[in-house]
Ligand binder design. Sequence first.
Ligand code: ATP
Length: 238
Amino acid sequence: MSAPLLEVADLSVRYGEALALDRVSFGLGANQALAVLGSNGAGKSTLARALSGLVPASSGTVSLEGADITSRRAHAIRRAGVVHLPEGRGVFRGLTVLENLRMGLTVDRAARAEGLDLVFSIFPVLGERRRQLAGTLSGGEQQMLSLARALMVRPKVVIADEMSLGLAPKMVDVVFESLQRARDAGSSVIMIEQFAGRALAFADRAIILQRGSLVWSGSADTAGDELVRSYLGEGAGV
Ligand code: ATP
């Protein structure tokens, strides 16, 4: 069997004395979606931050396509193709859609043009509105723009950390549709969600964290109501 795209082995993270992540291991295949579930304080965001280099691992390894990226800095991990969302959910309101998309890209012109073609094919509405100021887009369109900006670099892995938190149901639909489009364009997705139902419907596989430990992993369609409720409590949204 070929090596997974992303391999996490015995990953631990400490904040001072506190162990926030305790020897967590899992793999993520190309074009796969993984739901990371767990109640408040389970370590979900810590996992996202450790994978994207925002907090250091205290032990364990993270490999991307067989290369050890555990101690690389956040910008190097991003360049290697692991994008963490929302990394500054905000868009630059006073700049146009096109200017927003061009920001922060240090790639050559051909790659940039290709990136723009890609995101305009994923989000045609942004193509139509490329000269419009981002601040005048609807909330949903601004979400699309923020995701489109991340997809410009054709990420191998998109880590979506509670992107639907606090959003109106219609916006949540936009987030899920956008992540599906990212998958269709070839990215794998790690979806961090406190509410399990939609994440499990979206994902192929799931892991459940509890107080920093991985307590369950399996295919998303076998993570039934009872199992999820037993770890996440009533009202977990299955
Ligand atoms: P939520 O769903 O509530 O966002 P989570 O599963 O994402 O929770 P984390 O944010 O990863 O949980 O937090 C895991 C544990 O680590 C918690 O006990 C939290 O208080 C602690 N923690 C998180 N960040 C820090 C920090 N910077 N310093 C100290 N402790 C932290």
